[in-house]
Design a protein around this ligand. Structure first.
Ligand code: GLC
Length: 429
């Protein structure tokens, strides 16, 4: 995918002074924070303003890239070529730390981010930021795939939230029949060819007892029956059936849009969707939404992909100290609480889950803690982007083409993934 630097919007928050073009003695240090496009930007800007008030000697310039993790990744890698020092702090998707740690693009934070400090965070995101026993990022917020549903409709038809995918379909069909609304669909999720597709598809595969890579043997298992059946189910029953065919172009925002317009009964998304779906200024279904674990295939247990974002420091930045101060501020109990209450983001610091105001404002959050702890990582690897590109291509072809040969495509993709895994193992040696 082609992405250009011009796609970045530069926002300068607050002002800084240059006296006659020369630096004055008390001129603040400017640091650049490169981020993806947040769903609730005002909350982030508010936090940065607060940081400025508390740290008048530092000014943060926020540079915002695209919302899609895949497109934003292209921008980050572009900016990091040639020891570029123009970015100080950057936001990393949970799958990136090994990739950026390996060629030493991201600063090793082990000396500052002590084990004692790390113990205040949930173990999953800490593990994701750790590569060969060193830590490279500080987890800002955590995500895990959740299942949203129309409580009002389930009640109207005397139904319980479905535990299996086939139950979801049969309940959906009954509701569609009763509602007789041609604009209503059963399901909405993310099926565009990008990182989100990998998360959605892995959840289907895991919830059928399958995997993309076997965690014991380290071998691809994409072509084995549980994975092939799960992918075929999505092609046969979800795309253009339970969900509109348009979902093959949907990332998180578009799929959520369908749900909050009242056009889908069930919806897969990350925790942030809860506050938007229940905001009467944004959603037609505010107050009518339930949330729980994703369904599984009959006889199997549900599974959620681990998502979330971390702060890293560009190793070539000339402002490591200031960058670290900014990260500490952004990942403090108070800031995580603001992000939870203001933007519906799930904290990575355990203490925030015990905070009475968070418990009152987001009663569902604490109940999800066990699910967040169980959320499954995508394969950690310094060549993860190559593995992901291959998976994205495979999943997309398999579900978009109505007559795709899923077993053959899965076999071919597995072979290529095996090669990438070998390459990853060599790099790590
Ligand atoms: C969310 C998750 C991230 C994931 C992405 C996929 O941003 O936090 O981990 O890769 O969605 O779309």
């Amino acid at each position: 995918m082609r992405t250009s630097l011009t796609a970045i919007t530069i926002l300068v928050l607050g002002s800084f002074s240059l006296v006659g073009g020369l630096a004055s003695a008390d001129e603040p240090t400017n640091i650049v924070f490169l981020s993806w496009k947040a769903s609730q930007p005002q909350v982030w800007k508010g936090l940065i303003r607060k940081f400025h008030r508390e740290n008048p000697d530092v000014r943060v310039k926020l540079q915002v890239g695209p919302h899609s993790s895949t497109e934003y990744h292209a921008i980050v890698t572009q900016r990091f070529k040639n020891k570029d020092a123009s970015v100080d702090v950057f936001f990393m998707d949970v799958i990136w730390p090994p990739e950026f740690a390996n060629p030493g693009r991201v600063l090793d934070l082990t000396p500052s981010f002590t084990r004692q400090q790390q113990a205040e965070f949930l173990p999953g995101p800490i593990a994701a930021n750790t590569y060969r026993d060193r830590i490279y990022g500080v987890p800002c917020y955590l995500a895990a795939g959740l299942f949203y549903y129309r409580n009002d409709l389930l009640r109207k038809y005397d139904l319980e939230p479905p535990r299996t995918w086939s139950k979801m379909l049969s309940q959906g069909k009954a509701i569609l029949k009763g509602e007789n609304d041609p604009g209503l669909y059963i399901y909405s999720g993310q099926f565009k060819q990008y990182e989100g597709l990998v998360c959605n598809m892995m959840e289907f595969i895991w919830s059928n007892g399958g995997a993309v890579i076997d965690s014991q043997t380290g071998k691809p298992t994409l072509a084995e029956p549980p994975a092939v059946r799960a992918v075929s189910f999505v092609r046969n029953k979800i795309i253009g059936k339970a969900a509109p065919r348009g979902v093959i172009n949907y990332e998180e925002p578009e799929s959520l849009d369908l749900f909050i317009q009242g056009k889908a009964i069930f919806h897969r998304n990350w925790p942030y969707a809860w506050s938007i779906a229940n905001n009467p200024r944004k959603s037609r279904i505010a107050g009518k939404v339930g949330v729980g674990s994703l369904p599984a295939f009959s006889g199997h247990t549900p599974a959620s992909a681990l998502g979330g974002w971390q702060f890293g420091i560009n190793r070539w930045s000339r402002h490591h100290q200031e960058a670290w101060r900014f990260i500490q501020f952004m990942t403090s109990h108070q800031s995580q609480k603001t992000l939870a209450l203001g933007a519906g983001l799930a904290p990575t610091r355990m203490s925030v889950y015990q905070d009475p105001e968070v418990q009152e404002g987001m009663p569902h959050l604490k109940a999800f803690l066990p699910a967040f702890e169980r959320a499954r990582p995508r394969p950690p690897s310094p060549v993860y982007p190559m593995i992901s590109q291959e998976l994205q291509r495979f999943f997309s072809r398999a579900i978009v083409e109505r007559k795709s040969d899923v077993p053959a495509l899965a076999k071919a993709a597995s072979k290529r993934i095996q090669r990438f895994l070998k390459l990853g193992a060599m790099i790590q040696k």
